[in-house]
Design a protein around this ligand. Structure first.
Ligand SMILES: Cc1cc2nc3c(=O)[nH]c(=O)nc-3n(C[C@H](O)[C@H](O)[C@H](O)COP(=O)(O)OP(=O)(O)OC[C@H]3O[C@@H](n4cnc5c(N)ncnc54)[C@H](O)[C@@H]3O)c2cc1C
Length: 464
């Protein structure tokens, strides 16, 4: 329950003005609480960030949200953005491994094919491996149940080639992790149960797709996802909430019945209620492995606006995910943004396209492998990857604009071992009066996790 404070204190301090912080702050101001949001950087939105490419504003961070559970629907309606929700074009995705690009089978999940014997899966896997994958239908439902991670689970049911050629590109491209590092039970809750009911993995995938399972469908916002935090910030300020920038929170400490929130600059604030959407000292249980919760890969996103009519055919669908070994290709994924989102294509001139590349960290290093490249070298790198992945040569003078952004990616919620760490932290936080935790470090990656988690954190304070 929010305990009202005296005039000198806000009722609630929210740490971080990313989606989690803004959603929580919005919920609290709507309940008439006085709210102060403290943001380390100079902008709102965190991983929902716009970038301008020759006058066109695009998302350089999150560009879509998963529709599962309709988790964002009430918020978007409240912000007046529901009419701007858009579907991506359904051109399908491509994969790339061993020097070849291929369309990924439609209707699968995490790269696991819903029908390993369809023409597309057969072409990628080869006849022998496709037959092995289809033998999933003949296996007992217990096969794969002891698997520790996604790779073993899929290999047990469908064979190693499905892991290498279909699942690995999706895991690397989407989660920046190998299937050996991902916990399928967290990634797709209920998949094993469905397998028991349907008797096979492919049957389970088909059934879950029909039911709108994780990853099955995404939507975006015309004009960009970054419009959501912009609207939230407006709504918060309109109800008297304050957002302060440029001074990271260093730690929080309980004192009597309030929390003292200390800033890097040396200043501090006090409030009875705090929501920490990022890990700061004092908001973490002693003994917590913060690395396991927060350390995702450092990646660089590079978007090019090009004049390249050769791309009009959307020959790699909405984009391409790169498996291992990638050979000469440096990117781990490339989204053909203007083929994916009609609103972006409409903002461009004839023959223009936007392609967004993601670059992973260099092997064994914390920095993305593009980190040391100046803009000219980066453009050359991206055009080389365009040639390898899309099969077209584009000259540097056809690049009309380029933008780049380095990210400390969130640690994927499905990384092995992470869910136990989070459960321990949640239990500890429940015993801290006036403290609630939210955000991607605790609720997992993606807005379908972060938004409901932030709403719950606010409601904990509001006593509902
Ligand atoms: C490149 C990229 C693409 C993505 N694509 C998608 C997608 O398509 N769909 C999807 O659902 N999700 C996607 N995600 C994930 C999604 O964006 C995140 O899960 C979500 O936005 C996280 O919100 P958050 O508020 O928890 O964290 P953040 O967005 O990281 O916000 C945290 C905020 O806290 C601030 N901060 C940090 N430390 C301090 C401190 N000490 N004191 C004060 N402030 C601090 C930061 O500056 C930041 O503004 C993507 C992420 C990235 C990086």
């Amino acid at each position: 329950m929010i305990l009202p404070s005296d005039d000198a204190m806000p009722d609630l301090i929210v740490i971080g003005a990313g989606m989690a912080g803004l959603v929580a702050a919005n919920r609290a101001v709507r309940a008439d609480a006085s709210v102060l949001v403290l943001e380390a950087g100079r902008t709102i939105g965190g991983m929902l960030r716009p970038a301008t490419l020759g006058g066109v504003r695009i998302d350089i961070g999150a560009e879509a949200f998963a529709t599962r559970g309709a988790a964002l629907d009430p918020l978007l309606a409240e912000l007046g953005l529901d009419a701007d929700v858009v579907e991506p074009n359904q051109h399908g995705s491509w994969g790339y491994s061993d020097g070849a690009a291929y369309p990924l089978p439609k209707g699968g999940m995490l790269g696991i094919p819903a029908d390993p014997l369809d023409d597309c899966a057969r072409a990628i896997l080869g006849e022998e491996a496709a037959q092995r994958a289809a033998a999933d239908l003949e296996l007992g439902p217990e096969v794969g149940m002891n698997a520790e991670h996604l790779a073993d689970f899929v290999a047990a049911r469908m064979g190693q080639t499905v892991v290498d050629r279909l699942v690995t590109p999706v895991c690397r491209g989407v989660y920046s992790l190998d299937a050996y590092e991902l916990d399928h039970r967290v990634l797709v809750p209920g998949l094993e149960c469905r397998l028991q009911e349907e008797g096979s993995l492919q049957g389970a995938i088909r059934a879950m797709r029909r039911g709108g399972a994780p990853g099955a469908a995404v939507r975006g916002i015309a004009g960009g996802m970054h419009r959501i935090p912009e609207r939230l910030a407006e709504a918060i300020r309109a109800r008297g909430g304050e957002i302060r920038f440029g001074d990271p929170v260093r730690r929080i400490a309980p004192q009597d019945d309030t929390w003292r929130v200390e800033l890097m600059s040396g200043g501090s604030f006090e409030a009875r209620n705090v929501i920490a959407t990022v890990p700061v000292d004092g908001a973490i249980a002693p003994g917590t492995d913060v690395e396991a919760l927060t350390a995702g890969p450092v990646a660089e996103t590079v978007a090019l606006r090009l004049h390249a009519p050769e791309l009009d055919a959307a020959q790699r669908g909405t984009g391409i995910l790169v498996g291992e070994p990638a050979g000469e290709v440096a990117a781990k994924a490339a989204t053909h943004t203007s083929a994916k989102w009609p609103w972006i294509a409409e903002a461009l001139e004839d023959g223009e396209h936007i392609v967004r590349f993601s670059y992973p960290p260099r092997e064994g290093e914390g920095m993305p492998l593009t980190a040391g490249l100046d803009n000219d070298a980066l453009r050359t790198r991206a055009l080389t990857d365009l040639a390898l992945l899309f099969g077209i040569e584009v000259q540097p003078e056809s690049v009309r604009a380029m933008t780049r952004q380095t990210w400390h990616m969130p640690a994927p919620g499905a990384r092995l071992g992470r869910s136990q760490e989070v459960a321990g932290l949640r239990l500890w936080a429940e015993d801290q009066p006036g403290l609630a935790l939210a955000g991607t470090w605790i609720d997992g990656t993606g807005l379908a996790n972060v938004v409901p988690g932030a709403e719950r954190a606010a409601l904990r304070h509001l006593g509902r």
